[in-house]
Design a protein around this ligand. Structure first.
Ligand SMILES: [Zn+2]
Length: 362
């Protein structure tokens, strides 16, 4: 299997490694990536072309031991390292090409990537041109859906852009980004409901830095059925039951949670994804921002197996959760589920366990 980004991989210290057999298992499993910020995953080789000196060595936050001191620090580094790169549709295309190829080489068949919508204000090309450029970067056989993210307070400055985006055909949906602890403004309720009415998919970041009641607020007011992270839902057993009963999916990013020192995640071994999964909450695992965490999707699978005791059948169930929420036509979804079932059979996994685990009972 060839690497499109072998130079940067050579610079990287892996967070988790696995045997050749287990690596093959994870890479060949049909799976999805449904929480991936394009800007936060800017390939280092593109940044190095512009500033060879600065990017000659891996950034400090690639180290597995690195911990961010706060989300504010993370946001500051985001602007400092990555946001300035995106000056044209071509740059979005160049970044997406490498990011999506890296997904494909790990057996990822379907990707939802988000771009930060206010960032488009600094680009001369139009929103639809940027979306087309990203879509054209998808390798053959991969389905890509693009979400536009915005922060709690972006409407005052970027309302026109937000309204326009709801009409872009190539936009799959919207996502709530940025610091969760910023005050929620009422425009978001209206925009999230109008996005749904316009046929867009909706999700929101919640339950990463704010506690369980914020997840509740988001569910009740924005009407989403997809929560990005959502790990602090574990603080409220009734909310956990609600997520499981309603099959509201949490797009979890375990390595990101550890490196951002999310409350309740002092280590991978203590990550609540085990308890959420066992309670029947549909969860997916994802890499979030590969530039800022230095991770690869397959390492998330290795981590759950090695530190949280997830069996191969349970990891397959997590992959199936991603396939089930994928924004695909019924025919394409059926075909991908059939591929997943064929994989489960070929690996001699118990289909009943693989399909039946992670279900809410009682
Ligand atoms: Zn995120």
């Amino acid at each position: 299997m060839g690497y499109s980004s072998s130079r940067s991989i050579a610079m990287r210290i892996p967070h988790y490694t696995a045997s050749a057999e287990f690596t093959r298992f994870v890479r060949t499993m049909p799976k999805t990536e449904t929480h991936l910020h394009l800007e936060g995953s800017t390939p280092i080789e593109l940044l190095r072309e512009l500033e060879p000196e600065r990017f000659s060595a891996p950034p400090p936050f690639w180290s597995p031991e690195f911990r961010y001191t706060s989300f504010d620090q993370f946001m500051g580094l985001y602007d400092e390292y990555c946001m300035n790169f995106y000056t044209s549709a071509q740059r979005y295309h160049d970044a997406a090409k490498i990011v999506l190829a890296t997904c494909a080489e790990q057996g990822t068949r379907y990707v939802e990537t988000s771009i930060h919508l206010p960032g488009l204000a600094a680009v001369n090309d139009s929103g639809p041109e940027i979306l087309a450029a990203i879509r054209q970067a998808a390798p053959p056989g991969m389905e890509v859906r693009i979400f536009a993210g915005m922060c709690h307070n972006d409407y005052a400055m970027h309302g026109e852009l937000i309204e326009a985006a709801l009409g872009w055909d190539d936009l799959a949906g919207i996502d709530l980004h940025g610091p969760e602890y910023w005050r929620m403004e009422t425009w978001s309720i209206d925009v999230w409901h109008r996005a749904l009415a316009a046929g867009k998919s909706t999700k929101a970041h919640a339950g990463e830095f704010m506690p369980a009641p914020f997840v509740r607020w988001i569910l009740d007011n924005l009407g989403v059925r997809r929560i990005e992270h959502g790990v602090r839902s574990i603080e409220d057993p009734e909310l956990v039951r609600h997520l499981a009963r309603q099959r509201i999916t949490l797009d979890v990013c375990p390595i990101s949670n550890v490196k951002l020192a999310v409350q309740g995640v002092p280590s991978m071994a203590a990550h609540p994804i085990r308890a959420l999964f066992d309670a029947g909450v549909p969860v997916t695992i994802n890499s979030d921002d590969t530039f800022f965490f230095g991770n690869r999707l397959e390492e998330e699978y290795f981590a759950l197996h090695q530190e949280l005791g997830f069996s191969k059948a349970e990891l397959a169930r997590i992959a199936l959760n991603g396939i089930e929420i994928a924004l695909l036509s019924p025919e394409k979804k059926q075909a991908l589920v059939a591929e997943w079932r064929a994989f489960v059979a070929a690996e001699s996994l118990d289909l009943a366990i693989a399909e039946g685990s992670n279900r809410f009972v009682g």
